[in-house]
Ligand binder design. Structure first.
Ligand code: LLP
Length: 386
């Protein structure tokens, strides 16, 4: 039985809910910051999309990290949390005029631009305001990451970024704009990446590209942004609670040839917040089918969509039983056959009312919750205030 959870307190709370271990969160953020600060010019922008819960954003701000945002709503959330505008980067293929305007008015550090029509829109809105804004080109490096097909982003077939053959034209257009300053290149190859080889492949692409730009166009840009993507161990959340940030930053320090004074930016999401969160749910019924036994819990795919959407594995623990193990499918109450958290797992024999923790749910858990079946959005509780 896992004793790190305050079961007595849980018994007074309506389930399902997200529970955040704030000590682990703070230690994870501090470790990432410390490891990055070993290298000059390394900056972390927390990827707000992973979890925009205000308590999480506050912890991010306290550690002095910046923010990586992909919508006007996220820019506002970061600003509200007190993250300073000059540490905010704004990416996304479909920024609307309204979102661009709000980011310009806030004075964010940089737009990661993804197409020529977007460059034109930002130029027009910046010119109306008579301001000059920083932009970086999101380059599609055509590097495949060894991860789920739905979360790779760096392949030529993905909608993201500017492909190599269009790069010259995009640079020309930006250079012809009076209100845009090209300051960098931005990359992101995908998410939940555990093998450093993928990041090394990205480094060699960036090195090639930097040499080409220097030789062909005498361009050296002051900022390189390598995106995020560092994965977490869903199979062993307690043994690997803090990801190996030392190895991650060292990999970039070793393989990326930065030019003198060049600043390196990271947009980490999952690795910073994934392991500190669990979805806590109660068993509503145990149902014995003809071939299977189902533990029907009160959390559904609307509370945590990753298993249904990506076939993702999250470790499940029974927090209130230490009986002998039996085989269960853990399923939710939503009217979809894909509302399954895990099939055929061994769990201590389970009764109605048992508490389960669905682990490693701090990233893309609460942030992706939705209201299907008129279900309420899950609430959140924190280890330091529960
Ligand atoms: N930067 C960019 C441009 C991104 O697209 C992403 C994630 C990140 C940074 C942060 O990546 P991370 O460090 O968290 O891997 N909902 C999916 C993950 C989608 C990731 C989208 N982009 C999931 O639940 O696995």
């Amino acid at each position: 039985m896992n004793t790190q959870f305050p079961i007595a307190a849980f018994k007074n709370i309506e389930t399902p809910f997200y529970y955040y271990d704030m000590d682990l969160l703070n230690e994870t953020l501090a470790t990432a910051r410390r490891e990055a600060s070993k290298y000059e010019g390394f900056h972390i922008h927390y990827a707000v999309k992973a979890n925009f819960n205000p308590m999480i954003l506050e912890a991010v701000r306290e550690q002095g990290l910046g923010a990586d945002c992909v919508s006007g709503g996220e820019v506002n959330a970061a600003l509200r949390a007190g993250i300073s505008a000059d540490k905010i980067v704004f990416a996304g293929v479909g920024k609307t005029d309204k979102e661009i305007a709000l980011a310009l008015d806030a004075g964010i550090f940089c737009f990661n631009i993804e197409s020529i029509p977007e460059v034109e829109a930002i130029e027009r809105l910046a010119s109306e305001r008579n301001v000059v804004t920083n932009v970086a080109i999101r380059v599609n490096p055509n590097v495949g990451a060894h991860t789920h097909a739905n979360i790779t982003t760096g392949l030529a077939e993905n909608k993201f970024g500017v492909n190599y053959e269009q790069l010259d034209e995009v640079i020309d257009v930006i250079e012809s704009c009076n209100h845009l300053k090209l300051i960098g290149l931005h990359f992101h190859i995908g998410s939940q990446i555990l093998v450093m080889d993928d990041f090394i492949a990205l480094c060699s692409r960036i090195n090639e590209l930097q040499s080409l730009l220097r030789e062909n166009r005498s361009i050296v840009l002051p900022h390189i942004n390598v995106g995020g993507g560092l994965g977490i161990r869903y199979d062993a959340p307690d043994e690997y609670d803090i990801p190996d940030f030392a190895l991650y930053f060292q990999t970039y320090a070793k393989h990326l040839c930065l030019q003198k004074g060049q600043q390196l930016h990271f947009e980490l999401g999952r690795s910073l917040v994934g392991q500190c969160g669990s979805l806590i749910t109660r068993v509503t019924y145990v149902k014995r089918g003809s071939r299977k036994q189902f533990a029907i819990v009160d959390a559904g795919m609307n509370d945590l969509v990753r298993p249904a959407m990506y076939g993702a594995y999250h470790k499940i623990e029974n927090l209130t039983s230490c009986k002998e193990c039996e085989l269960y499918d853990v399923v939710g109450p939503v009217c979809e056959s894909s509302d399954v958290f895990c099939k055929d797992i061994e769990l201590p024999a389970t009764d109605r009312g048992d508490f389960f923790a669905i682990r490693s749910a701090g990233a893309y858990g609460e942030a992706m919750a939705f209201g299907y079946n008129c279900r309420a959005l899950p609430k959140a509780y924190y280890s330091d205030t529960i």
